[in-house]
Write a protein that binds this ligand. Structure first.
Ligand code: NAD
Length: 469
């Protein structure tokens, strides 16, 4: 792909100024105005599905059905949900009065925050760029969108789409890497929505603090998965395999490591292996020929993953399944790793690839305390039929989301907040929560006939005679 000249700060500032100006107009936009914009995106996506699939295939051999399921379908849900509910979301919400506020009327108005910046990652390059854009447009904010430089085909297609559908004063795509991102971060955006790693998330927050821009940070981390001795073992194994190896493990909410009850470990390992073969190598041609498994995004990440694996092997870990790799095709086999210990980096760093470490536990409290010894994860999964044990896990751990007896699927629920906590993120996205991320909830109080501030808080403060408390 030909190298594109990156815009200067001056050029970026010009686009930003245009958007700042248009944000004033957008404040008065109706639900119908915003829905019209969402509909144009939906129409474009339907018409260009093949192009989207080809771009992702070019970028990292993402299988067409996976693109349909994990890039196009979630965006369709997000758009349809916003279109259906936007009028209701935008309606000012009445609040009850307290005794001291009797006679007044309080309402929450949802005002668009204004000129917004979206910075998105490479792993679901279409979904994670367009998802937040849908929320921003629903909330009435103009957007500068910087997609990932690591997926040039998809980012190029996103730029084509936006150029076709929007004026730069509404939505503009700026392509480029770290340098361009940093240049953009110098501008005083009203809101910054970032999806990426915790390390870069900290830099985004630092840059945002210079302008006191509000932030939503959708970050990553190590999502633990507990398989209790009451779980349906075959079912758990199949769901974990499909959640873990989707996108070749390059999913922020993929199970990062497993905690399996000792009593069921043997049975579970057997079912895991069966499930991998059944899903990715049904004709037994060798997993490396699988067209249903995406490849690693680039050589740097390929090497990072092998370094993690070799570090574990050198410190005594056992490869229970897989372990093959090929730098030419950026292939890493779905790999199960056992016999782990604390000194291994694979138990500290987010894996973000098709390698699955498996730990065991005898007592649930041990599993819980291991989870609590690490930064709070983006998601936590529990497989088991024991309600008491599930509640123990739910109430004694902290994570962005929790899913019981399945994994990854919660991403698609339009009515649940999606996001992390502390190290795995700040703020929420999806549906109404995405709309809120780009909205200022403005509290408005109207005085009518009640106590007013001249009776209540006007000096002289003769509390003895007025006895108001
Ligand atoms: P990344 O943090 O390296 O990059 C994300 C974006 O930030 C890219 O557009 C990149 O150009 C930009 N960027 C990189 N360094 C920067 C810097 N120093 N200053 C300003 N901008 C910079 O993340 P990635 O490798 O693209 O994605 C993988 C990470 O994203 C993983 O940690 C994963 O868990 C996380 N993730 C989180 C979610 C979520 O919804 N919470 C979703 C997908 C991925």
């Amino acid at each position: 792909m030909p190298e594109k000249q990156h815009p200067t700060l001056e050029e970026l500032r010009n686009i930003f100024d245009l958007q700042l100006e248009s944000s004033l107009k957008w404040r008065q936009s109706t639900a119908a105005d915003r829905i019209k914009k969402l509909e144009t995106i939906r129409k474009w996506i339907f018409k260009n599905q093949k192009r989207i699939k080809s771009a992702l295939y070019e970028d990292f051999k993402k299988p067409f059905p996976e693109t349909e399921l994990s890039e196009i379908f979630p965006i369709t849900i997000e758009i349809n949900h916003a279109i259906k509910n936007l009028k209701h979301w935008m309606k000012p919400k009445k609040v009850d009065s307290s005794l001291s506020m009797l006679g007044t009327k309080g309402k929450i108005y949802f005002e668009p925050k204004g000129a917004s910046l979206i910075i998105s990652p490479w792993n679901y390059p279409f979904n994670l760029a367009i998802g937040p854009l849908v929320s921003a447009l629903a909330a009435g904010c103009p957007v500068i969108l910087k997609p990932s430089e690591l997926t040039p085909h998809t980012s190029g297609l996103i730029e084509n789409m936006i150029d076709e559908l929007f004026d730069k004063s509404e939505v503009a795509v700026i392509q480029g890497g770290v340098e361009v991102s940093q240049r953009l971060l110098e501008l005083p955006f009203d809101h910054i929505f970032f999806t990426g790693s915790p390390a870069v998330g900290k830099k985004i927050m630092e840059a945002a603090s210079k302008n006191l821009s509000s932030v939503t940070l959708e970050l990553g981390g190590k999502s633990p998965t507990i398989v209790h001795n009451t779980a349906d073992i075959k079912d758990a194994a199949e769901k974990i395999v499909s959640g873990k190896f989707l996108n070749c493990g390059q999913t922020c909410i993929a199970p990062d490591y497993l905690l399996v009850h000792e009593e069921v470990k043997e049975h579970f390992m057997m079912e895991l292996k069966v499930a991998i073969k059944k899903m990715y190598d049904p004709e037994m041609k060798g997993l490396e020929h699988s067209e249903d498994l995406a490849r690693i995004i680039n050589l740097k990440n390929y090497q990072r993953l092998l370094t993690l694996l070799n570090d574990a092997k050198n410190k005594g870990a056992k490869i229970e399944f897989g372990g093959k790799s090929d730098p030419e095709t950026l292939y890493i086999e779905p790999t199960l790793v056992g016999d782990l210990n604390d000194s291994m980096t694979i138990l500290d760093e987010e894996i973000f690839g098709p390698i699955l470490p498996i730990l065991t536990y005898k007592k649930l409290e041990k599993a819980i305390s291991l989870i609590n010894s690490k930064p709070k994860p983006l998601a936590l999964y529990y497989f088991g039929k024991d309600d008491e044990a599930y509640k123990e896990v739910l109430h004694q751990t902290s994570s962005g989301n929790v899913m019981l007896n399945d994994c990854v699927l919660h991403f698609l629920h339009p009515n649940l907040p999606f996001g992390g906590v502390n190290n795995s993120g700040i703020g929420k996205s999806h549906g109404y929560f995405g709309y809120l991320a780009f909205s200022n909830e403005k509290g408005v109080l109207k005085q009518r006939v009640g106590l007013n501030n001249s009776t209540l808080i006007k000096p002289p403060y003769d509390l003895k005679t007025k006895k108001i408390i």
